[in-house]
Design a binder for this molecule. Structure first.
Ligand SMILES: *Cc1c(COP(=O)(O)O)cnc(C)c1O
Length: 396
């Protein structure tokens, strides 16, 4: 018999009642260290005082008015994102997939508006994840997400991640742009090289294409800079964000340059909930913390410490951990054992992590993680690795 909740997730038999910073507590009071952050969403941990105070205060004032009216919180959040990034303008959504839908529509509209309606195809990459709507499963191109849902939405040409020759070969008279995650999250914390991403920027400029980045998972400080592309020395034309920007409140956004957004005039796109006062209060509260002087320095320091610990564990347990990947606090353990076995062994040790493609375990703590919690996680990972480990001489 089907469960009342549509059974599209394989869930762990575990329910949490409350959270406090990096910790989660079950209804029986058992404590777990949360290094999954609700899949990179709880950027500031659980029940962050500033977010709680903001939610309460805004909850008593105004939740929703629709986009038929000016929303001062929306104007403020957009101005702050514009001031902090390459972007000139922002559209707010309720999720990552919707931010990507806006991104995809904008890339197509740009070309159409510029007199090239025939240019609608977007080059995407193997191993990508862009969401679960009809267009975003086509953009992601993963067979397991497309299967059974009818004809794949047309207009996406997928090439191997990192393969510049394949990108060049895929550019044709109908190509409108390129869409890429600077670090593939669901795909296994796979980073594109700076040279590759810079080459994509150059190709876009050369061929009149738009470069669209999916920073839904990598954005808002997750990789140690406000956005992952900042360290690549390039800027996109359009960028989708979500996850961390709401700190746990459903919120996404599509950021764009004025040029890229030229065709997105009144009536061309919309969302009933997108950018409502409650969501905007939460987005602004997250930025209050993330943009505060020194915050990202702390993220980078925590990242160094955690990476160092994970590298030591890799050396100690080469039969379990093959490689440590990622940037900032979006880290991955490429496993020699099954990644789900390691995730389960860690959960038994009250450490929450998240599996990803390419047999990787994602380590995604809140950006506020402290030294003691990193030590606690390291001990749990060491214990799980020891339990799963083959003797060292066999592993090499
Ligand atoms: C999570 C994710 C999405 C989809 O976001 P939803 O909020 O689940 O729709 C898109 N792109 C990337 C890179 C993601 O990590």
């Amino acid at each position: 018999m089907i469960t009342p909740v549509l059974p599209t997730y394989a869930r762990a038999d575990l329910a949490f009642e409350r959270g406090d910073g990096p910790y989660l507590f079950t209804d029986t009071g058992e404590r777990y260290l949360d290094f999954g952050s609700g899949i990179a969403v709880n950027l500031l941990g659980h029940a962050h005082p500033h977010l709680v105070a903001t939610l309460k205060a805004q909850g008593e004032k105004l939740w929703h008015v629709s986009n038929l009216f000016r929303i001062p919180g929306q104007e403020r959040l957009a101005e702050r994102l514009v001031a902090a990034t390459f972007a000139d303008t922002v559209f707010f959504t309720n999720s990552g997939a919707e931010a990507l839908e806006c991104t995809i529509k904008m890339v197509r509209k740009y070309q159409s508006h510029a007199g090239h309606p025939e240019k609608f195809r977007i080059i995407t990459f193997e191993g990508a994840f862009h969401g679960r709507t009809l267009a975003t499963i086509a953009a992601g191109g993963q067979a397991k997400y497309l299967e059974g849902f009818g004809p794949k939405v047309d207009g996406f040409d997928q090439v191997p991640f990192g393969d510049l020759a394949a990108v060049k070969a895929a550019i044709g008279p109908e190509t409108a742009g390129i869409l890429i995650e600077p670090i593939q999250g669901e795909g296994g914390v796979r980073a594109g090289s700076p040279e590759f991403l810079r080459a994509l920027r150059a190709l876009c400029d050369e061929h009149g294409l738009l470069l669209a980045l999916d920073e839904v998972q990598t954005g808002v400080g997750r990789t140690g800079t406000l956005f992952a592309h900042e360290r690549l020395g390039i800027t996109p034309d359009v960028m989708a964000i979500a996850k961390g920007i709401g700190g746990g409140f459903p919120l996404g956004a599509c950021l764009a340059t004025e040029r890229a957004a030229a065709g997105m005039t009144a009536g061309t796109h919309g969302s009933t909930y997108g950018g409502n006062p409650l969501a905007m209060a939460m987005g602004n509260a997250v930025l209050d913390v993330v943009l505060a002087p020194g915050f990202l320095d702390k993220v980078r320091n925590a990242s160094l410490r955690l990476k160092q610990q994970l590298a030591m564990l890799k050396d100690e347990y080469p039969g379990v951990i093959e490689e440590v990947r990622g940037d900032g606090l979006l880290l991955g353990l490429k496993c020699r054992v099954s990644n789900t076995d390691l995730v389960n062994a860690l959960r038994e040790r009250h450490l929450i992590t998240i599996s990803a493609g390419d047999n990787v375990v994602r380590i995604i703590p809140p950006l506020t993680v402290g030294e003691a919690e990193i030590a606690e996680a390291t001990a749990a990972i060491a214990s799980a690795c020891a339990a799963l480990s083959m003797p060292k001489d066999q592993a090499a």
